[in-house]
Write a protein that binds this ligand. Structure first.
Ligand code: PLP
Length: 352
């Protein structure tokens, strides 16, 4: 998160303008600045968080209520919550074993077994991993199924938005504003609809033109996000340095990281493949050394009690990933001694 001193100039500008929310000048500057990360013509609307951003995108698609929306079970529960909040029904699907993500071919194969007509699909950028957005754009163009990308952790890698892309600015993400997020898309009408849904259905009016909610961010949130963007290059390098140190120290250990993690893309978490079926045992071994770990996505979203009754495709890869991957301690300010301690303990646990 940015230092207070970096946020201060933006706070002073809020005081001067006397504009505290409702798409004020700092938010306008933030949206314009975020849009420059994408191809020309991309529009951005900020949202209170990525969960509400996904819900707003799904609502903007205007699908018949109750329609099936395919969601990889290998995701954080927020994705499925967004689906139900949009009045749709999650249908859990499996991902590829190599990328941990859904691609159009893997989806098409599962689609044959869908329990009914599918209205939308939400591919996930797994822990911020680069997703083939071009392939999904082509799919969106050539299929009756609409695509919305959950790029919650993918601030670094989500840089094209021919289809809607939703990014989180939560404090746990690489670019943090505390709570917050944004939707990027080259379709201006779509972004206008999303903006309207996030602002009571207003569209330059005082009358609600469509059903909506309040998912705006305040100028204060925009200020923190602006300050975070000011220091993004350094933040990114710091994450890269920690990741690369860890990779070097574990070079000969039987552990693998997501393809390109910490090398050509960064994210705020480190999820390692620690061996087939070994995640619980390795977590236990690290815990005995006082090192905490996370199973960020549990045993798959479909196993949460809230989603137990929703339809699902066979999920062998999701189940395998849940038992084989582990979130390790990782943060930008991680010191060399912490990295060495983690690598030593993990190396020993993996060899035992
Ligand atoms: C894959 C995924 N989708 C959605 C979200 C929700 O983001 P937010 O906390 O901004 O609502 C997260 C948050 O971690 C996430 O990992």
């Amino acid at each position: 998160m940015p230092a207070t001193s970096a946020i201060l100039p933006y706070l002073e500008s809020i005081e001067q303008s006397g504009w505290y929310s409702n798409f004020g000048p700092v938010n306008q500057a933030l949206e314009a600045r975020l849009a420059t990360r994408f191809a020309d013509g991309t529009r951005v609307v900020t949202v209170a968080n990525a969960t509400l951003g996904l819900t707003a995108c799904l609502r903007a698609l205007d699908l018949p209520p109750g329609s099936l929306c395919a969601v990889p079970s290998w995701t954080f529960v927020a994705t499925a919550h967004a689906v139900t909040q949009a009045g749709l029904t999650p249908w859990f699907v499996d991902v590829r074993e190599d990328s941990w993500m859904l691609d159009p071919e893997t989806f098409a194969a599962q689609l044959k077994h869908a329990p009914g007509p599918v209205g939308a699909v939400i591919p996930i950028c797994a822990f911020g991993q680069r997703l083939d957005l071009d392939a999904w754009t082509t799919y969106d163009r050539n299929s009756p199924i609409r695509v919305v990308i959950d790029a919650a952790a993918a601030y670094d890698t989500a840089t094209s938005a021919d289809i809607p892309v939703v990014v989180s600015l939560h404090a746990t993400k690489a670019l943090g504003a505390g709570e917050g997020g944004f939707v990027a898309c080259r379709n201006r009408d779509f972004i206008d609809r999303v903006r309207s849904i996030t602002a009571f259905g207003f569209h330059g009016t005082r009358e609600s033109l469509c059903l909506g909610t309040n998912a705006k961010i305040s100028e204060y949130t925009a200020a923190v996000a602006m300050a975070a963007m000011d220091t993004w290059t350094t933040t990114r390098q710091t994450y890269q340095r920690v990741a690369q140190r860890l990779r070097i120290l574990l070079m000969n250990a039987p552990v693998t990281f997501q393809d390109g993690w910490g090398l050509d893309w960064i994210t705020s978490v480190c999820v390692a493949h620690v061996g087939d079926g070994r995640s619980a045992e390795i977590a236990e071994a690290l815990s005995s050394q006082g090192i905490d770990t996370r199973m960020w996505w549990g045993l798959g979203c479909h196993t949460s009690r809230a989603f137990a009754d929703f339809p699902r495709a066979p999920l062998p890869v999701t189940e395998k990933l849940a038992a084989s991957t582990l979130g390790l301690p990782y943060f930008a300010a991680m010191q060399d001694e912490d990295i060495i301690r983690l690598a030593t303990a993990l190396g020993a646990a993996l060899r035992s």
